[in-house]
Design a protein around this ligand. Structure first.
Ligand code: C2E
Ligand code: CA
Length: 443
């Protein structure tokens, strides 16, 4: 008799009840994941989930009820994960998740929160309601182990602690990640309320033209005025907003506030200049980004030419074809576009040429070494030359000293921005700065 090997291998690799991968297949996937993570320096997390249902007191419920609870559990877990995450059933009432390639170990806590939240409502089976209180143990590659055995063992140890604490919680194996994760989740939770509670603010930093000393624009830099923790810098909360999907809402708030403030300055009689808003990768590649910009411009009445978007070099170089299309669509609304953090990524000159941008901001890490560090000087000169050859304007960011300004003038850099001219200031203070800057002789 001939056997068809496919159904057999399917049987050996998948759980009959939930149709999820079983432990054998999960281990194969995890092993592959670890090799890839080693090769590409990535972070992985595994989450062992125990719903603590198949215990003696439940045996009398009968197989049908037990199966229904396990099936519902697998569906709730699946619905809380992204398609690239791997969910498997280990055995009994234990499941396991692999998060391939997470940016930071602590981000696994958001997933664990979602998984716990999926059981807020009871599972119904045979006209009864069961409240499930899952426990989750998390281990992270490379922090908690470099092999499948170590990662599984340590996730189990963390699970044990979570169960001992009474369940309905998650626990990391490593203490350091555990405390980072708690801080992260607290910030994420309070960030959700920040817009509503009026805790976000835009600070503005002027950009000045070196030819005539005129202000050409201001860059809007977000701050979070947290009621207990004080001012939180964007480096700390923008990644949380990106990771948790809040960036579109927060980004739209920033666009609206920046356009409204600029329109207000124009109505007050200040020189017309652009307001530049930073756009992160997730916003840029969001299918509705152009509609959001158009809506905000319409609502605030700002002429599109006075709004600029700063797009990190890494964002637009990540996926050149679709970036070019998005840039063209954005440009068609009449706004200005500029490439941010230029010089630190892998820019292809031919692509830069086809992007509809008008300015390029040279990353402050190079400006820092000007004029004393020969490497930074050589790179800065080359970048300014390149930008000019493409017919674009060069902005030097992070300019802190008069010496730097002098050097940049000698290299025909167009625009400067940095602490030398002004710190980023809230909207009500920046207007005083405008006046001071108009009177300031740069060199
Ligand atoms: P960025 O776009 O590179 O912004 C410039 C950063 O350099 C700002 O940091 C600014 O305060 C700082 N800076 C300005 N002048 C000087 C100087 O002379 N020396 C030095 N060493 N630093 C200077 P900040 O405000 O902490 O912002 C950090 C990053 O957060 C920004 O980097 C930007 O990528 C991001 N960000 C800020 N606001 C927003 C926003 O509304 N949306 C998004 N998506 N990202 C934002
Ligand atoms: Ca910027």
């Amino acid at each position: 008799m001939q056997f068809d090997s496919k159904p057999l291998s399917k049987l050996a690799h998948y759980d009959d009840l939930t149709l999820l991968p079983n432990r054998i297949l999960f281990n194969e996937i995890l092993n592959k994941g670890i090799s890839q993570a080693k090769r590409h320096n990535k972070i992985l997390a595994i989450l062992v989930i125990d719903i603590d249902f198949l215990k003696e007191s439940h045996v009398a419920l009968g197989k049908e009820v037990l199966d229904k609870v396990i099936k519902d559990t697998s569906q709730r877990l699946t619905a809380s994960l992204r398609t690239e995450d791997i969910l498997a059933r280990l055995e009994g009432d234990q499941f396991i998740v692999l998060l391939n390639d997470i940016a930071k170990a602590k981000f696994a806590s958001s997933v664990a929160e979602k998984l716990l939240h999926a059981f807020a409502d009871p599972i119904k089976a045979d006209s009864q309601e069961f409240f499930i209180k899952p426990s989750i143990g998390i281990s992270v590659y490379p922090n908690d182990g470099h092999s499948l055995e170590d990662l599984l063992k340590n996730a189990d140890a963390a699970l044990f602690k979570a169960k001992q604490a009474g369940g309905n919680i998650y626990q990391f194996y490593g203490k350091e990640i555990e405390s980072e994760a708690r801080e992260y989740i607290q910030l994420e939770t309070s960030l959700r309320k920040a817009i509503k509670n009026n805790e976000l603010a835009l600070y503005y930093q002027p950009k000045t033209h070196l030819k005539n000393g005129n202000i050409t624009g201001v860059e809007a830099l977000m701050r979070w005025e947290h009621p207990e923790l004080g001012i939180i810098q964007p480096g700390k909360f923008i990644p949380i907003a990106e990771d948790s999907g809040m960036i579109m809402e927060i980004g739209e708030w920033a666009l609206r506030t920046a356009c409204r403030d600029n329109k207000h300055w124009q109505d007050e009689g200040y020189e017309h200049f652009t307001v530049a808003v930073n756009i992160s990768a997730k916003q840029f590649y969001h299918p509705e980004i152009t509609q959001v910009i158009e809506k905000v411009l319409k609502e605030t009445g700002l002429n599109p030419q006075y709004l600029e978007l700063e797009l990190p070099e890494s964002t637009v170089m990540d996926n050149i074809e679709s970036a070019t299309n998005i840039l063209r669509e954005l440009k068609s609304t009449g706004i200005q576009l500029s490439i941010d953090h230029f010089g630190i990524g892998n820019t292809s000159i031919s692509h830069l040429k086809q992007f509809p941008v008008s300015t390029v901001k040279i990353d402050k890490s190079f400006i820092k070494g000007v004029p004393n560090n020969p490497d930074d000087v050589a790179i800065t000169n080359a970048l300014i030359g390149l930008v000019h050859n493409l017919g674009l304007e060069a902005v030097a960011e992070g300019v802190e000293t008069g010496e730097q300004v002098q050097y940049l003038v000698s290299q025909h850099c167009d625009i400067v921005q940095g602490y030398f001219l002004s710190l980023p200031l809230p909207a009500d203070k920046i207007v005083l700065q405008f006046k001071k800057l108009m009177d300031k002789v740069l060199i």
